[in-house]
Design a protein around this ligand. Structure first.
Ligand SMILES: [Zn+2]
Length: 423
C-alpha cells in the first residue's frame, strides 16, 4: 500500500472542521472540497458509479472480479469532517521517519509533547514513521486515516484483479462529529448487505457495541412575580431545578462511571424564574435500562416539585441512538469476517464497547449492519493526535482482506440463526 501515506498527507491539509451552528449538509465548505477531491480521485482510478449527492455524500463501486458477480456487495464508510473541538485550519502534518523512540516535541507549540513514557501505544511503535500535526491544530487522522485506508484499498483492488472480491461499495460522509453523519445516508442507493466504518482506534480494535442513548428534557414551571412583593406567591423554577439536580445520583454520573456502566448526565440548563428546563443525557449498553433511568428522573423531578408547592414538571424523552450490537447479533458473520480480516492482517482482535455512538450505530438500525474497524488513530480531537504510516497501511490491508474473505465464503453463516453472544 505505498500510496496510503501520500493520500493521508494530502487529505489532512484540507480544513474540514464541521460546524454545529450551520444547518447545511455538509456543514462547512471545506468538507465539500475534500469530498469533490475524493470523487475525482475515484474516477481517475477507474472506480465505477462515482457520485456525489446534494448532501455531499460520495459513493463509488469497485466492481466484482470475474466469477464473483454473485458475492453480496459489502461497503466501507469513513467521515471526512474533523472535530469542532480543535482547529483544523492549516494542518501541517509532520512525518517523523523511523522514529527513534524519544519524546516528540511539536514545533509550533513546545508545551505539546508526545512522551512514550506516558503513551504505551506510542512506545510500541519505535522505528515506525510517526505522523503528528505541528502543535497548533489537530491532525485530522479521525477520520482521514479511515478515508486514506479505504482509498488505498480501492486502488489496490482495482490494480490487482487477481484478488477475488464481490462488488465493494465505498461511502464518504460529512458531519459525523456533530452527529449528522448518517442523517442523509441513502442506504438503499448504497446497496450493500453490510458496511464497515473505518473509524476506530489502535490496530486490532473492532467495535461492535455502542451505547443506547436517549435525551430527557425536564421542564419545571414556576410562578414569577415582582421579587419585592413575592412573599407567598413566587415559585422559583430555578430553585426547583437546582433541587432536582442535587437529587441526581452521583454514582451514575459520567465522572464516576466507566467500562460497561451507563450514566445520567445533566449538561444544559435553560433557566428563568418562570420556567427552567434541564437536559439530561441517558446512556446505557442495555436499552431496557434507559427506561429505568427515565423513571428515576421522573421520580426525582416529582420529589423536587413536592418541596416547592405550586411548581409543576413535565418530562420528555427523545430517542437518540441504539446499541448496534442488537442488530449485529442477528448477523454474526458480518462481525466474524471482520475479526478474521484483522487476524489475516497480523493483529490480535480486541473488542471494546464504545462509550458513545458511531455512524454505525445509526446505520445498523437503518438496515445496514455496520461494525467499526480500527483506523490507527491515537489521541483524537487533540493537538497530540498521531498515527503512523504502518497503522495507515494496516487499516488499508484489513479492508482488502475483508473484501477477499467475503468472496471466499459468500454465504457462509449468512442464514445461520443468530447466536446468543458475538465472539
Ligand atoms: Zn471519527
Amino acid at each position: 500500500m505505498p500510496e496510503v501515506l501520500e493520500r493521508f498527507l494530502r487529505y489532512v491539509r484540507v480544513d474540514t472542521r464541521s460546524d454545529e451552528s450551520s444547518p447545511g449538509s455538509p456543514s462547512s465548505p471545506g468538507q465539500l472540497v475534500l469530498l469533490e477531491m475524493l470523487a475525482s480521485e475515484l474516477r481517475a482510478m477507474g472506480a465505477a458509479d462515482v457520485s456525489r449527492d446534494q448532501y455531499g455524500y460520495v459513493m463509488a463501486t469497485v466492481p466484482a472480479t470475474s466469477g464473483c458477480e454473485n458475492v453480496p456487495a459489502i461497503g466501507f464508510v469513513a467521515h471526512v469532517d474533523t472535530s469542532p473541538e480543535m482547529s483544523g485550519t492549516d494542518v501541517k502534518p509532520i512525518v517523523h521517519h523511523a522514529w527513534a523512540g524519544g519524546d516528540i516535541v511539536l514545533p509550533d507549540h513546545p508545551d505539546a509533547v508526545l512522551r512514550p513514557s506516558e503513551d504505551r501505544d506510542l512506545a510500541a511503535q519505535a522505528g515506525h514513521d510517526i505522523i503528528t500535526a505541528s502543535g497548533l491544530t489537530l491532525l485530522g487522522a479521525d477520520d482521514k486515516a479511515g478515508v486514506a485506508a479505504i482509498m488505498g484499498a480501492v486502488e489496490h483492488l482495482l490494480r490487482h484483479p487477481d484478488v477475488p472480491h464481490g462488488a465493494v461499495r465505498v461511502g464518504f460522509t460529512p458531519d459525523e462529529e456533530i452527529g449528522r453523519g448518517a442523517v442523509h445516508f441513502d442506504v438503499e442507493r448504497f446497496g450493500a448487505v453490510c458496511a464497515y466504518t473505518v473509524d476506530g482506534g489502535a490496530c486490532g480494535e473492532l467495535e461492535i457495541e455502542s451505547f443506547s442513548a436517549d435525551l430527557a428534557t425536564i421542564t419545571f414551571q414556576g410562578v414569577n412575580t415582582h421579587p419585592g412583593y413575592a412573599k407567598g406567591t413566587m415559585v422559583n423554577a430555578i430553585r426547583v431545578a437546582a433541587a432536582f439536580i442535587d437529587l441526581l445520583p452521583r454514582d451514575q454520573s459520567p465522572e464516576a462511571t466507566d467500562g460497561r456502566d451507563g450514566f445520567l448526565h445533566p449538561y444544559v440548563v435553560d433557566a428563568s424564574v418562570d420556567r427552567t428546563s434541564v437536559r439530561v443525557l441517558l446512556r446505557d449498553f442495555d436499552t431496557a435500562a434507559l427506561r429505568v433511568k427515565a423513571a428515576l428522573l421522573e421520580d426525582l423531578a416529582r420529589q423536587a416539585v413536592s418541596r416547592h408547592p405550586g411548581a409543576r414538571m413535565t418530562l420528555h424523552v427523545q430517542e437518540q441512538y441504539r446499541n448496534m450490537r442488537e442488530v449485529l447479533e442477528r448477523t454474526p458473520h458480518v462481525v466474524e469476517r471482520a475479526a478474521e480480516a484483522i487476524r489475516c492482517a497480523g493483529f490480535t482482535v480486541t473488542i471494546t464497547p464504545i462509550r458513545g455512538g458511531t455512524d454505525g450505530s445509526r446505520l445498523s438500525f437503518m438496515g445496514l449492519p455496520t461494525p467499526n474497524l480500527f483506523s490507527g488513530v491515537h489521541n483524537i480531537h487533540s493537538r497530540l493526535e498521531w498515527t503512523s504510516r504502518q497503522d495507515l497501511e494496516a487499516a488499508s490491508r484489513v479492508v482488502v482482506e475483508l473484501a477477499r474473505i467475503w468472496a471466499e465464503s459468500p454465504h457462509r453463516g449468512a442464514r445461520r440463526p443468530a447466536r446468543t453472544a458475538l465472539l
